[in-house]
Structures are given as structure tokens and as C-alpha cells.
Design a protein around this ligand. Structure first.
Ligand SMILES: [Zn+2]
Length: 309
């Protein structure tokens, strides 16, 4: 059952736009319509946690979302295993980056930025590495899983811009991107590409060390300071506020732990996602709808606008 909290307004019966199959451990609430979420969130300060589902409308596929292609991303251990794995990664990333850097923020990103400007959104934790929140104008962003537009050296820890590496990789591998053709881009900028044997990898310009995208790989821990900043944002919320999850299936603990913390603190949790999520049993409300339409509606409600006056 949904948890009771001061000011809860959940009309019965709840309007259901679409009913998704129940989560493995049972959903706490039925999937509800956008109108129900708007009433519940009215007047509340928010912290948002966003995932890949927010960027699908920008043309970046969510490989965990409904209808997505099953895909196994490279793990941290595999990346560290040696030159062949890194050659495979950077060859695919080289093609993926050429496409990914052209992605533009969508209505969902713009709505999140508008909510921040209006003083409704206190903080933003994103699992996305695509940088589209900043491109839309959001400033209070915790990039939980890092940024795909940055490169870090595993040896001297120098951080540089991905565009610079892209130019170097282009000089080392002329014509490679064009020859790769229409490969499918994934949320981390990787693509499905089989022939990477002849690709030449670039080393760190400062020390000659191993370069890695400045993102958290599967099997790698999220840096402690980002986790602590995120917990601090969630811990500052009260029962009169809410944690808004948008476009994440909360499959990995790196995001789910903040939902658990909010739930433990008695903070309402509203999840906007197409498909069930691991956080459903902890949610006050789950909205089965797209992020762009839901967040746009939220950003243009009278309550959000009044605060900006
Ligand atoms: Zn270095």
C-alpha cells in the first residue's frame, strides 16, 4: 500500500492510463495518470533522480527500457584486462561519440531545468552520462555515473575533454567513423561494432598512461563524494517534499539506494517510468507515462510558475 503522509491526496479509484505487469516483488501502487502525480506534487520541493528513459526522446536508446535491444556493456574489469578490450571499447566509442555529441536536450530536460529556475527543484541526481541536463540549463547536477564528454587517465588522473581525444583518434584512424556505417548507439556512447581489430588507441598526453572515459563502468564503484552529495540532497527532504524519479528502472543499486533512503526518511517517492521499476514497492505513486510529457506538465502547473514570480 501507498504510505500515508501529511497532505496526501490520492483519489480513489486512481486513474490508470496503462497497467504494467507487477514487479517481481509486487508493486506498492497501481500505475497512475499524470493528473494524479501533478496533484500529489503540487506545492512540494523536489529532488529528481533521472535515468536513461529521460534521454530516449533525444535519440539515445535505453537498453533496459521496454522494447530495447539486450546488450552487455563492457565491465570495468574487462576494460582493465588489457589492450584488446580497450581497443574494442575506444573503437566503438569513437563511432558512438560522433553521433552522441549531436544529441540535443528534449522537453523533459528543459522541464527539469525550468523547475530548478522556478525554485521547485532543489537538486538533481542523474544516472545519465550524456550531459543533456547541463545542455538544457540545469546547474545543480550530480553526475552520479560521470560524464561521457570527459576522459580520465588511470595513471596520472588527468581529466581532459572528450572532443580533444576524438580529434586524436580521428588522426590515428582516418575514415574509421565513416566505414563503421550505421551502428546503434547506446546510452554510454558505445555502439555495436564487430570489426575493431585495426583500431589505434591513444595514450594520455601527460604521462602516456591508459585513458578511460570519465564514467562509472559496470563493476566499478561510484566515487564516494558523489554518493555523499546525493544522500545529502535526499536527506534534506521532508515529508512535505518529494523525491521524483524519472526514466529509471532503478535496476542498479547506485540509484535505488536513494529511493530506499527517501522511503526510510518518510519522504514521498514518485516514479515516472514506462515499465515497472525496482523501486515500485517503495513508491508513493508510479506514473506509467513518458518523461517528456509528464515533466513538461509538471513544469507548467500554476504552482511551479507561481514560485518563479
Ligand atoms: Zn596520464
Amino acid at each position: 500500500m501507498a504510505r500515508a503522509y501529511p497532505g496526501a491526496v490520492i483519489p480513489a479509484p486512481v486513474t490508470t492510463e496503462a497497467t504494467a505487469p507487477p514487479a517481481a516483488d509486487g508493486p506498492a501502487v497501481s500505475a497512475a495518470g499524470i493528473d494524479v502525480a501533478l496533484r500529489l506534487l503540487a506545492g512540494r520541493s523536489l529532488v529528481a533522480l533521472t535515468g536513461a528513459g529521460l534521454s530516449t526522446d533525444s535519440g539515445i536508446p535505453d537498453y533496459r527500457g521496454p522494447g530495447s535491444t539486450a546488450r552487455t556493456p563492457m565491465t570495468y574489469g574487462e576494460f582493465r584486462s588489457g589492450e584488446p578490450a580497450r581497443r574494442r571499447y575506444w573503437a566503438r566509442s569513437h563511432v558512438g561519440w560522433a553521433r552522441m555529441r549531436r544529441a540535443q536536450p528534449n522537453d523533459g530536460h528543459h522541464a527539469i531545468a525550468a523547475l530548478e529556475r522556478a525554485g521547485v527543484l532543489r537538486g538533481l541526481i542523474t544516472q545519465n552520462v550524456d550531459g543533456l541536463h547541463r545542455a538544457a540549463g540545469s546547474s545543480a547536477v550530480v553526475d552520479l555515473h560521470g560524464r561521457i564528454d570527459e576522459v580520465v587517465c588511470l595513471d596520472c588522473h588527468d581529466v581532459s575533454h572528450r572532443d580533444r581525444l576524438q580529434r586524436r583518434l580521428g588522426l590515428l584512424n582516418p575514415g574509421f567513423v565513416d566505414a563503421a556505417g550505421a551502428a546503434v548507439t547506446a546510452p554510454d556512447g558505445d555502439v555495436q561494432l564487430d570489426d575493431t581489430a585495426g583500431f589505434r588507441v591513444a595514450a594520455c598526453e601527460a604521462c602516456g598512461g591508459v585513458l578511460k572515459p570519465h564514467v562509472v563502468f559496470f563493476g566499478e564503484n561510484v566515487p564516494k563524494h558523489r554518493v555523499e552529495r546525493s544522500y545529502a540532497l535526499v536527506d534534506a527532504l521532508t515529508a512535505d517534499d518529494a523525491l521524483l524519479v524519472a526514466g529509471s528502472s532503478l535496476t542498479v543499486m547506485s540509484g535505488l539506494r536513494f529511493v530506499k533512503r527517501a522511503h526510510r526518511n518518510g519522504v514521498p517517492v514518485v516514479i515516472v517510468n514506462r515499465g515497472t521499476t525496482r523501486g515500485d514497492p517503495l513508491a508513493t505513486l508510479r506514473v506509467e507515462a513518458g518523461c517528456s510529457e509528464t515533466l513538461s506538465a509538471l513544469a507548467t502547473t500554476p504552482c511551479a510558475r507561481e514560485r518563479s514570480l
